[in-house]
Design a protein around this ligand. Structure first.
Ligand SMILES: Nc1ncnc2c1ncn2[C@@H]1O[C@H](COP(=O)(O)OP(=O)(O)OP(=O)(O)O)[C@@H](O)[C@H]1O
Length: 306
């Protein structure tokens, strides 16, 4: 490590880049499980819900380690447990077994270190764009003056190009604009972990594409230090954004079927990567993992109804 430190300094690399290089080397030497930069550690987690028909186990024995600054996508069929897993990381769903560690602390409820963005934006309709973000900043950041908080709101609205619309109500915005407000709000409270539960699901393809680029721009501006967990049904979205794609089996008692690495260089260009053989391989693999299960179920359903 000493030699590496000297080399990094000798090459005059900026300190943030230096620490990222050192983290990667540490990974290679001691392995990711001992990495002090582990952001989320889902440890042998099972979630069961009481229902009228008895106990329903949604996910079972899930183990997942996510490093600081990593972007991880969760995919799987509807109802397989993606939101349940997300809910556990956010602290809104309590595991029946096992535990989740976020930033070195056991998750026992929601916290300002974990920001969440949902598909339905969850903006308060009676507040303006500015007020929606200000309220969130004010409740998450206990210290600081009102002027400082207003500055944070301004910076984040400018980042998503919505400063000119700051006085509008959510009802006066398009879907893409509302989602940009929701993302600006999540970034404004500066969580180290950003949880995105199908945030772009309701958007048209063009808006969705520009939101992907917008999200990566914000992540880059933040020196790629935020950990992002994204729930999606969209394979292309998962590959474009993520470092790893976690494929869940169908429930009940869903487990992790496979974790697929996305070793595509960043920055990624949407138009170019679709022609990259690595992209195509990953796409085929994910399609196979999802469709495989689908066809088996189709056959079972057909047998049942025959
Ligand atoms: N509070 C609850 N009580 C009972 N069952 C629940 C509860 N929350 C989720 N479930 C069940 O757990 C399973 C997983 O739900 P979850 O919402 O996590 O799936 P999902 O993969 O996010 O689905 P989708 O892609 O459709 O959003 C489903 O069968 C769902 O009905």
């Amino acid at each position: 490590m000493e030699t590496l430190n000297n080399k990094v300094q000798a090459h005059n690399i900026d300190p943030q880049k230096q620490s990222r290089i050192k983290e990667r080397v540490a990974d290679a030497i001691i392995g990711p499980l001992l990495n002090p930069a582990l952001s989320i550690d889902v440890k042998n987690v099972t979630v069961s819900f009481p229902t009228a028909k008895g106990v329903y186990t949604a996910v079972k024995d899930i183990d997942l380690q996510i490093r600081k600054g990593e972007i991880v996508a969760l995919i799987g069929h509807s109802g397989c447990g993606k939101s349940t897993l997300m809910g556990m990381i956010s602290g809104m769903v309590k595991p029946s077994n096992g535990e989740v560690i976020a930033n070195g602390k056991k998750v026992s409820g929601p916290g300002p270190d974990r920001g969440i963005v949902f598909q339905n934006y969850s903006l308060l309709p009676w507040l303006t764009v500015f007020q929606n973000i200000y309220e969130a900043v004010d409740s998450a950041i206990k210290t600081g003056s009102s002027a400082q908080k207003k500055k944070i709101v301004e910076e984040n609205l400018k980042m998503v190009n919505l400063w000119a619309h700051k006085d509008k109500l959510p009802g006066q915005l398009s879907g893409g604009m509302k989602q940009r407000v929701a993302i600006a709000r999540a970034f404004a409270i500066n969580p180290s972990i950003l949880l995105l539960d199908e945030p772009f699901g309701a958007l048209d393809a063009l808006t969705k594409s520009s939101m992907h680029v917008e999200l990566l721009k914000l992540w880059n501006l933040d020196n790629r230090e935020k950990t992002i967990v994204l729930v999606t049904h969209d394979i292309e979205e998962a590959i474009f954004l993520a470092d790893r794609v976690v494929v869940l089996n169908n429930g009940p008692a869903a487990t992790i079927k496979e974790i697929v690495d996305v070793p595509l260089e960043r920055p990624r260009n949407k138009k170019d990567i679709v022609h990259d053989p690595v992209y195509m391989d990953i796409h085929d693999k994910l399609m196979g993992l999802l469709i495989d299960k689908f066809s088996i179920e189709d056959i079972n359903d057909m047998k049942k109804t025959a």
